[in-house]
Design a protein around this ligand. Structure first.
Ligand code: SF4
Length: 211
């Protein structure tokens, strides 16, 4: 099968399997809240982040509340999300920068987003896609694993994986593709023991056809 046909098949199958795949971090209409959740989601499940922030945002409803937070206190409050020292430091610093340099608004350019502490390429693409509808591929652990197994990349490095996927996937599919890779990684293509017998992508999957 030609690469173009293989990509089309994968996209169609993922759409059929996960028609409603969407970001599992809560989007409550407050852009800053979403940014905080995205920072907290590093090496933590979205479910855990959503639960924790439900109460966290009662104490710190806005940017200035986080900017005025005591790092040690905030760190304890987010401890269960992991990397709590680095995350509390990043959230406070980012809140300051947003208030001082961006008028309290979340910027939309990659460059500005990546300049914020706690925001890397993955979070920047997530923010751009979810808050601004700007196409970008969010390469998280599920996306990286599924893309490599399917032979859409041979790299383990997020930046290269993003380049490889961007080169073969139509731009208007980039946002939903990331969500569908995550859904597939959770539902069937687990890191350990993927359920290939139940997966309709088997015929085009390098991993399933390895000798
Ligand atoms: S066939 Fe197996 S390894 Fe390939 S995408 Fe499906 S679940 Fe993953």
């Amino acid at each position: 099968m030609k690469k173009r046909d293989k990509v089309r098949f994968i996209l169609e199958e993922l759409e059929r399997m996960y028609p409603d795949a969407a970001c599992s971090l809560t989007l409550d209409g407050n852009s800053f809240h979403f940014l905080v959740r995205a920072i907290l989601s590093a090496q933590c499940t979205d479910k855990k982040v959503n639960e924790l922030t439900d109460t966290l945002f009662e104490k710190y409803p806005d940017i200035l509340d986080f900017a005025a937070a005591e790092q040690k206190v905030l760190g304890e409050e987010i401890r269960s999300c992991g990397l709590f020292r680095a995350k509390s430091k990043a959230i406070i610093a980012t809140s300051f920068i947003l208030a001082e340099r961006f008028g309290g608004e979340i910027p939309s350019s990659s460059e500005d987003l990546i300049s914020l502490p706690g925001v890397g390429r993955k979070v920047a693409n997530l923010i751009r896609g979810e808050l601004f509808g700007i196409p970008g591929i969010v390469v998280d652990t599920h996306c990286a694993r599924v893309a490599k197994r399917l032979g859409l990349t041979s790299s383990n490095h997020p930046a290269q994986i993003e380049r490889d996927l961007s080169a073969c996937i139509p731009k208007d599919k980039w946002i939903t593709l990331g969500h569908r890779f995550v859904a597939h990684g959770r539902a069937l293509c687990a890191a350990r023991r993927p359920a290939c017998d139940h997966c309709s992508l088997g015929e085009v999957c390098l991993y399933a056809n390895r000798s």
